[in-house]
Design a protein around this ligand. Structure first.
Ligand code: ZN
Length: 279
């Protein structure tokens, strides 16, 4: 069974998202913990959260992959930017306690000229200031494309962050297929090599979730422009081989492709059709 889903809007509440994904035919989904471009987080009503948790459990969904705001930059140049980001992170992780056992993914940040060597300890410090031993969610660092001054475009950078975290068991990685392709990892030509490299540098036990996207641009372009499955430079067959790779079994796959509802329903059905009935 492949757990596949897409991002859903939280505007109608949490239980409504789970019901919506049932109608879409998927068994996981992603949602923003606050408006993606910034702003206040919507209040979580405990009965709404409980009812979402019940629907997800009864339908046998895979883990959900919540997404932090794009504006949250834990390694920004200004102290105020970093303090705001830490504030958001702390609030988001507290909110995630309403959905125990799921994932919270975020972009490690952009160093805006200071360099990754300066940025990595800032990101790790923020994690050390926000994670706690009894928390019920796992925080995922997303692999990035290397656009601008993004941190996390190499597996080594993510490993360095994790190495500095006091509770490494609370931290994993969300692999974005468009981002790593744009960063120069050839998942179409050498998926085994890429996963083996990930295993050597970070460890596949840390690979918790996948953002499943095609890319508008060639491998190594450092662009970060997502494309619909099969309509980009990675291609449908390479994405199928990657999703069904035995080393990725059991991970939730989240579509972040430029689609409307019908497009997501179609892509979820495509990925479900790749399931091996014998597995
Ligand atoms: Zn992504």
């Amino acid at each position: 069974m492949i757990d596949i889903g897409c991002h859903l809007s939280v505007t109608e509440g949490y239980a409504a998202m789970a019901s919506r994904m049932l109608r879409f035919g998927g068994t996981t989904f992603a949602f923003f913990t606050r408006p993606p471009r910034g702003g206040r987080a919507k209040e979580i009503r405990p009965e709404d959260a409980d009812s979402m948790n019940r629907i997800v459990r009864e339908a046998g969904f895979g883990k959900l992959v919540a997404h932090g705001s794009y504006t949250m930059n834990l390694c920004g140049a200004k102290a105020e930017t970093r303090a705001n980001a830490l504030d958001m992170l702390c609030q988001d992780l507290e909110r995630m306690e309403a959905f125990p056992g799921n994932y919270y993914n975020f972009h490690p940040g952009s160093h805006v000229g200071a360099g990754t060597a300066a940025a990595i300890p800032m990101i790790a410090d923020a994690l050390n200031a926000s994670l706690w031993s009894g928390m019920h969610c796992t925080v995922l660092l997303e692999t990035m494309s290397g656009k601008g001054s993004e941190v996390g475009a190499t597996f080594e950078e993510l490993r360095e962050i994790i190495d500095r975290v006091a509770f490494p068991e609370k931290v994993g990685v969300c692999l974005d297929t468009c981002h790593i392709w744009d960063a120069g990892y050839d998942i179409a030509g050498d998926p085994d090599g890429v996963l083996q490299h990930f295993d050597e540098v970070i460890g596949l036990d840390k690979l918790a979730a996948v953002h499943l996207n095609d890319s508008k641009n060639p491998c190594g372009s450092k662009k970060d422009r997502h494309e619909k499955l099969g309509e980009g430079q990675i291609g449908m067959e390479a994405l199928r081989r990657f999703v069904t790779h035995p080393l990725l079994a059991g991970r939730p796959f989240i579509l972040e492709t430029p689609n409307d509802d019908e497009g997501y329903i179609r892509e979820i059905a495509i990925v479900k059709s790749w399931e091996d009935p014998d597995r």
